[in-house]
Design a protein around this ligand. Structure first.
Ligand code: NAD
Length: 463
């Protein structure tokens, strides 16, 4: 682990599995309560200087991006071996992380002067909130961590990061790589199970808990942060609908819809998780998606040419299998896939399900895996209502040949991001977050930076 700028051994260790082989790939340290105290105290101590040294923060973040870039192959291999995604996807996760670091290194908070006249000067000042507890999931181990570190550190906060116990190794390595880059205590990386995350939320030092993970854990974190009135940012699960309009160009769009449902084996918070199709186009859409599924090469992500890796854990594999079996028992048809892949590792066939209704578990719940339900609709208003009838509100997309019509439909969907003819896409400056049970607050852009600050109204009387 990295605590106060130093390498720290665990008092105990836990195994980390390679999901493609089912074998133990490595071991990660279990952070003890005393070590967590050390990390928090280091973050608290480092905060005093770090918060006031904007120039050095910018330099360190740029150097961090260079360090990640320099170790890209090493980190990509770690991600693939502990998480399962194909190497090309791991590399792209890291390239995005480097962009994030550079973006926040250069981002200026907008200066907001409310009044400046002969009598009064009023300015809104953003001050770093303090040490941050960052808790992340296993689907993008480094990506989700850097999405927190980069804005938090840029804002002047210090960080204690805990990655998921399923995928701790790449973040532990990240901590090691960045040890020479940041002053001691600015970035601390610890590892352990869910109890460690709970201890971080209950700890008196952090003023902000930045969490990415499931809705169930998000609710616990919100409750745990309440007694100390810590701020929280919650990036939680989704059940993103894609609504195809009757003028969609399938030759052009089917591949994009497919890729946005199945990349990272469907284990993406903003993956397309249910597709609404006009009745007239239903058979054509299913045929196009089945064709794409058949062309995928499933296998160990560390091997060349593999498109779809394993699910990251047996728990996740069992969950996807259970939801598909439940759908079939409820009358769904399997257009392709629908089975575990034999042999070692947590593989599941890319699966397309037809003939289902809202109310089936795989339509209503977040499947987080390579199984996609296709639903038909007659009336667009009805499809929009069905898309919105959920506790989730992370992303949604509309697919059409008419951009203006697509945007008009997209605006009616209750989601933190609404796309037209794309899904998952983001540009620097774009805020990202969920509404309803999909989250509180945003990451990305100036709003993501402001998230790690408190507002001070500076009011001076000139007379
Ligand atoms: P999870 O909630 O099980 O675990 C996430 C992290 O929280 C892990 O580090 C875990 O150890 C920790 N944790 C668990 N219980 C805790 C507690 N009581 N207190 C503090 N920390 C605790 O989620 P997961 O299974 O790792 O991730 C999958 C989920 O994450 C999916 O629902 C997915 O949609 C969501 N996700 C959301 C986004 C987003 O930006 N909205 C991005 C990626 C993943």
């Amino acid at each position: 682990m990295t605590i106060a700028g130093r390498f720290v051994e665990g008092t105990d260790y836990f195994d980390v599995e390679n999901p493609a082989t089912g074998e133990i790939y490595g071991r990660a340290p279990e952070c003890s309560p005393a070590q967590l105290d050390d990390a928090m105290e280091a973050a608290q101590r480092a905060f005093d200087q770090w918060k006031d040294d904007e120039q050095s923060r910018r330099g360190c973040l740029l150097a961090a991006a260079d360090a990640v870039e320099g170790a890209l192959e090493d980190l990509a291999s770690l991600i693939t071996h502990e998480q399962g995604k194909p190497l090309a996807e791991a590399r792209s996760e890291l390239a995005d992380a480097c962009s994030d670091l550079r973006y926040f290194a250069r981002l200026e908070l907008p200066r907001e002067i409310v009044r400046d006249d002969e009598r009064t000067f009023v300015e809104v000042v953003h001050r770093p909130v303090g040490p941050v507890a960052a808790i992340t999931p296993w689907n993008f181990p480094v990506g989700t961590a850097v999405a927190k570190l980069a804005p938090a550190l840029a804002a002047g906060c210090t960080v204690v990061l805990k990655p998921s116990p399923f995928t701790p190794l790449s973040c532990l390595r990240l901590g090691e790589l960045l040890r020479p880059v940041f002053p001691p205590g600015v970035l601390n990386v610890v590892s352990g199970g869910n109890e460690l995350g709970a201890a971080m939320c209950a700890h008196p030092v952090p003023r902000h808990v930045s969490f990415t993970g499931s809705v169930a854990t998000g609710k616990k974190i919100s409750a745990a942060a309440a007694p100390d009135l810590k701020k929280v940012t919650l990036e939680l699960g989704g059940n993103d609908p894609a609504i195809l309009l009757d003028d969609v160009d399938l030759d052009e769009m089917a591949g994009r819809v497919f890729a946005n449902a199945f990349s990272n084996c469907g284990q993406v918070c903003v993956a397309i998780k249910r597709v609404y199709v006009p009745e007239r186009l239903y058979d054509d859409v299913v045929a196009a998606l089945v064709e794409k599924a058949a062309a995928l090469k499933v296998g160990d992500g560390s091997l060349e040419g593999v498109d779809l890796g394993p699910l990251t854990s047996t728990t996740q594999l069992d969950r996807v299998a259970e939801l598909v079996d439940d759908a079939v028992a409820s009358g769904a048809a399997v257009a392709t896939g629908g089975r575990r892949v034999g042999g070692p590792g947590h593989f599941y066939e890319p699966t397309v399900l037809t003939g289902l209704e809202d109310g089936t578990r795989i339509v209503d719940e977040e499947q987080f895996g390579p199984a996609l339900p296709i639903l038909s609709y007659r009336d667009l208003d009805d499809a929009i209502q069905r898309a919105n009838r959920t506790h989730f509100g992370l992303g949604a997309s509309v697919w059409t040949s008419d951009l203006a019509r697509g945007a008009a439909v997209a605006r009616r969907i209750d989601a933190g991001t609404a796309w037209v003819n794309t899904h998952q896409s983001a540009v620097p400056g774009q805020p990202f977050g969920g509404i309803k049970w999909s989250g509180i607050g945003v990451e990305g852009g100036a709003r993501g930076l402001i998230e790690f600050t408190d507002v001070q109204a500076l009011h001076a009387s000139k007379l």
